[in-house]
Design a protein. Sequence first.
Length: 288
Amino acid sequence: MTPIIETRALTHIYGTGTPFENEALRGVEFQAAPGEFVGIIGHTGSGKSTLIQHLNGLLRPTSGQVLFRGEDIFRDKEFTRQIRFHVGLVFQYPEYQLFEETCFKDIAFGPKNMGLDEAEVRRRVLRAAGFVGLTEEDLERSPFELSGGQRRRVAIAGVIAMEPEVLILDEPTAGLDPAGRESVLENIRAYQRAQNAAILMVSHSMEEVAANADRLYVLNHGAVAMCGTPREVFSRAAELESIGLDVPWVTRIFRRLRELGLEVDTSVYTIDQALAALDAVRGGAAGA
């Protein structure tokens, strides 16, 4: 499938020519296709945040390219500006960036900057609010009257209202309780289905990326250490642990069962896969 966004030999060096010079990215090759859910994982300092800030033009590469639909996003300043409406970026704890007196105005900020007329702005605000479960009554309230989880939804809606073809989220469920995490993830999946958008999610939760991502990129010291489906990546559990990452708890349990002598598939990473794997073991034992 043709990628909607990609990087080619992307390198970024902070503090070039100073004693603090740091190569944050080294020759990164990355791509995502329309409708694809891509997880980005790595230890702290691996380059995850630096990578995603290149994808909508917030950072310029030291060398290499960032391409949107095959065109270099830095070809000119106006194109880079327009890219930010097509590639939406939700930072970690985005609710801290809310500033308007009502939720409606906060969500409308992006569409207004796109130069859309009032009717289209309103349509987008209401549609974005629908994706994240906010009512019209909520939209007239101050965001600071809402719970932390609701404020997170307002902030995400503000990016969704621009209807980006690529939606990037940096730890979108950080600090939320389990119900709040699943609610936000379902909001994101709903937008992905409705728009056939590419979703790129940075997360420290192996369970979240295992359950949601079609493909995973593992970054280590600024380079891509692994890329593949969750099953392919989590089957390399020892390598992940060697670079300071965990694996889903289901995978850990099945690795331990294998160590104890039970012939189970250690590449499982979701509960449904675990149940199927156990059924397969029981079926094999019954037929023996």
